[in-house]
Design a protein around this ligand. Sequence first.
Ligand SMILES: [Zn+2]
Ligand SMILES: [Zn+2]
Length: 389
Amino acid sequence: MDDWNALAVRFRRDLHQIPELAFSEVKTQAYLKDALAQMGIAARPMAGTGLVAEIVGKLGRGRAVALRADMDGLPVSEDTGLDFSSQHAGVMHACGHDGHMAMLLAAAAELNQHREFSGTVRLVFQPSEERLPGGAVKMIAEGVLEGIDEIYGVHLWSTQPVGTVEVGAGPQMAAADEFRIIIHGRGGHGSEPEATQDAVVIAALTVVNLQTIVSRRVPAQAAVVVSCGTIAAGGTFNVIAERAEITGTVRTYDAAIQSQVESAIGHIAHTTAELWGASAEVTYHRGVPAVVNHPVSVERWLNALASAVVIKPAVPKLGAEDFAYYLQQIPGAFMFIGAEPDDAVAYPQHSAHLNINEEALAVGRKALVAAALASLGASKDSDASHPID
Ligand SMILES: [Zn+2]
Ligand SMILES: [Zn+2]
């Protein structure tokens, strides 16, 4: 383990103990600011609890690249038994964002030591990745991408072997939308269903009919998820419910498919209710868009990393990430860093038992440094022409 690795582990363990929820990352911001100050890097706050800093290369002016880490923890009570467990009751770095910040800090230390590059590396510590609307939107509104040519980010992945990375061009994570269906029926006595429009039965049929969107309404090649997360109706066993409410989420990679699913949900909800003389009220909220990697950035990154890590073909995930908003503005790419424990059960992201393999921190740091140097080394017009080789 070289110095950068030890540094990353220390940062990660310190940050792991002080997880904070979205837009409340006060201690975290102070920790990062202090760690950067000790490297001689001045940082300024952005988006409230976010932080931005720059490392200017000593070889002159050039391109500008941004490296992003997210900062927030989750409302989860840690149950890992680690001796550096969360000291904040009910809050945990259960998505590995402690590791993301640690890797970016260690990458900053490495890049800042000799600054043997031209151009600028902007370090972006973003609050609130987990809660909508995510911190990325606020950071962009406050100018985080101004003057930036390209942006890169990584996510630790606890069920992917350590020493491997996953990256590919195109969609990597899904658009995550939310829908709500309220069924207005007619309540009545449980013994006289013929005089009612039973909101419970209509809701149940609606949930079943919604399953046909994936199986019968979109092409089999399109990866789509329609999940009903809640269903609520009725107050007691012998009264037929007048009203039922269903909420759910939709995951898609493609904007046209997304629109198709949105209209299918409305159509199914309305027609199912009408079939029984009732009515439905449907609201559909588009959330974080899909994370779509730019091919030139991916190729640049793969070339820079080729001999350093095992590169696996990307398997797009149906989770969401607000890194998507940056990629809607400028070119860039998002990579998954394998962080599976060597000798323990690999719990998934957001689990109270999540424990990432700290060897992954070195892989992530190298990936960030490689992305920055490759991007800065690219000619000014390379994005407009052909990928570098
Ligand atoms: Zn998460
Ligand atoms: Zn995350």
